[in-house]
Ligand binder design. Sequence first.
Ligand SMILES: [Zn+2]
Length: 167
Amino acid sequence: MLNVNLIDPIEFANGSMLQEGSVGLAQLDERIAQHEFLVPAETTLQYRLKGGVDKLQRPYLNLSLQGELTLMCQRCLTAMSLELDESVRIVLFSKEDVMDEAMDSDPELEGMLAEAELSVWSLLEDQIIMALPYAPRHDDCGNTDLERVNNDKPNPFAQLAKLKPNQ
Ligand SMILES: [Zn+2]
């Protein structure tokens, strides 16, 4: 129970239940634990999941997630950090057509079909994946040699090397 962290989402929402705590990224599934530019080791996020019922009598889950992620800069391949502070309301539906209709009429709405069991960890995983930048990069990699290599301009050191006689 502790490892998969299952809830009954409808019961959780209708009972205005609350679950909060922290989760290490290394505990999550391979979408996170083996993500190409996430460095999950030793990263812990705080989360809060609160159930409720909205004014249309629809059960929902409010999820918020905070923490500092360590990512690999896709330009210089060294670590960079990303402050994560996400909140989302997920409205639970029992019928797909009702959900589709609701989501069509409200583009802001996040809907989910309610199943008997829902893994809180998979909710967190989805949220983390959605929050990740497409290609994380430092604003300034702070490594001028590397930037020079990545530039289209000729690298002055490479030019210099050509002048040296072959050894
Ligand atoms: Zn960088």
